[in-house]
Design a protein around this ligand. Structure first.
Ligand code: 5GP
Ligand code: ZN
Length: 113
């Protein structure tokens, strides 16, 4: 996807602060962090969002979450952190390449806004 900013970040065409990478996923610092830890974990495969994911994507959806858990552990955030998928514009999804937000490093209120 040439017009997808997250695909362009994976290709290195748009700079990002890489946090983690493996065969299936890429993780980088959010440009506009909402907490001391705010990392985006994305699949290398372009998937528009969770509601567009299919059964064949089950492993990659899980891998994104496991990558987030690994990063949280590396950052010492195991006391509490949150993984969030905003699904659709009504929930605040603004980039249509599926991404898991890893948010932590501060007290997180519930329910989220
Ligand atoms: P969404 O609103 O779709 O759930 O989340 C998109 C996230 O991507 C936002 O938190 C936003 O700050 C982040 N973002 C958008 N464009 C860029 C970019 O070019 N680089 C980085 N690092 N983050 C971005
Ligand atoms: Zn993409």
């Amino acid at each position: 996807m040439n017009d997808c900013i997250f695909c362009r970040i994976i290709k290195g065409e748009i700079p990002s602060k890489k946090v983690y990478e493996d065969e299936y996923t890429y993780a980088f610092e959010d440009l506009n962090p909402q907490a001391p830890v705010h990392v985006l974990v994305i699949p290398k495969k372009h998937i528009r969002g969770l509601k567009e994911a299919e059964a064949v994507d089950a492993e990659i959806v899980g891998r994104c979450h496991l990558a987030a858990a690994l990063i949280a552990k590396q950052r010492g955030g195991e006391d509490g952190y949150r993984t969030v998928l905003n699904v659709g514009p009504g929930a605040g999804q603004s980039v249509f390449h599926m991404h898991v937000h890893l948010i932590g490093g501060r007290t997180l209120g519930w329910p989220p806004g």
